[in-house]
Ligand binder design. Structure first.
Ligand SMILES: [Zn+2]
Length: 307
């Protein structure tokens, strides 16, 4: 079911959810939406959204939020967690996916979504569709999410309270919060980055490659990495992830290190610096890339130039 074979079994990282929010907003925002749960497991939640107007969706890390309200109110776009609208909250997890279909759908691709245009009519939903949102010749079908719920503002704020700053949002104070939190912990910095309460959004690829890009060893305890280097790491996560929102493709190899042409048998080097490159030479120093299991996730790094 993966869009790309080697990414098929990964949870989409935060940049993919920001992209999803943008695409879903393009199709649905400002329109009255018919909501249903063909599978039945979200029947009650869908009934809360049915017949309301969709407003612009937002992402926070790997969490997707879309507000729905009577079209007369609110007059302005709701702020994330506002009281008033009904909020659709989705976490795709490993298997969740949005599919867009119908005459108004355009071709979209990327982690956690698919879509195809050219249909003459909105097709009947499959039996596994947890939620269908339909508006004017377009259907958005959600299958297999880890979480799908309708929340009020307080419910949204409760979700956000458990999440750290999101590098793609990169709001004032986020950088300091990230640096301070990591500096207060003894665990390996490579482990801390994947803690969604410390940074919301980064997954295994950005973890590996942004540490490489900033030259930090993932095994160094958080408390032993200088504030300057952690600040640089935050800035790199923010810039790299934001860059990938537009394309939907993660490309984390630094442009000046990208081999040209990409060596046969090392195709990952065209996209990634150390991720999935175990046993290959480091693009910066030639040392062999290594991997180890860290708290159940594969961690990749260069022992030569990451200190
Ligand atoms: Zn190296």
């Amino acid at each position: 079911m993966g869009v790309e074979a080697h990414e098929g079994s990964r949870v989409p990282e935060g940049q993919a959810i920001h992209r999803l929010a943008r695409i879903a907003s393009g199709f649905l925002a400002g329109r009255v939406v018919a909501a249903s749960s063909p599978q039945g497991r979200f029947a009650e939640g869908a009934a809360r959204l049915d017949g309301l107007t969709a407003f612009h969706a937002q992402a926070w890390g790997k969490h997707f939020f879309m507000p729905f309200a009577e079209s007369r109110t609110p007059t302005a776009e709701p702020l994330l967690g506002d009281d008033g609208p009904a909020w659709l909250h989705v976490h795709l997890g490993l298997y969740g996916r949005w599919s867009f279909s119908g005459p108004r759908a355009t071709d979209v691709a990327g982690a956690g979504l698919r879509g195809g245009g050219n249909a003459a009519a909105v097709p009947e939903p499959g039996a596994t569709v947890r939620l269908r949102l339909e508006a004017e010749d377009l259907a958005a079908d959600l299958t297999g999410p880890a979480r799908c719920e309708a929340l009020d503002g307080q419910g949204v704020r409760a979700v956000l309270a458990r999440l750290g700053p999101d590098p793609v949002r990169n709001e004032p104070g986020d950088r300091e919060r990230f640096v301070t939190t990591i500096r207060s912990r003894r665990a390996a910095v490579g482990q801390l980055i994947l803690d969604q309460s410390i940074a919301a959004g980064p997954g295994n690829i950005y973890r590996a490659d942004c540490l490489f890009r900033t030259g930090i060893s993932p095994l160094t305890p958080g408390s032993e990495v200088s504030p300057e280097r952690l600040g640089a790491l935050w800035d790199d996560l923010a810039a790299t992830m934001a860059d990938d929102v537009d394309s939907g493709v993660i490309r984390t190899v630094p442009p000046d290190l990208r081999p040209e042409p990409v060596p046969e048998g090392d195709e990952e080097a065209g996209r990634f610096a150390v991720y999935h490159r175990t046993g290959r030479p480091c693009l910066r120093c030639g040392t062999t890339i290594v991997e180890k299991d860290l708290v159940g996730r594969r961690l990749f790094w260069c022992p030569g130039c990451q200190r």
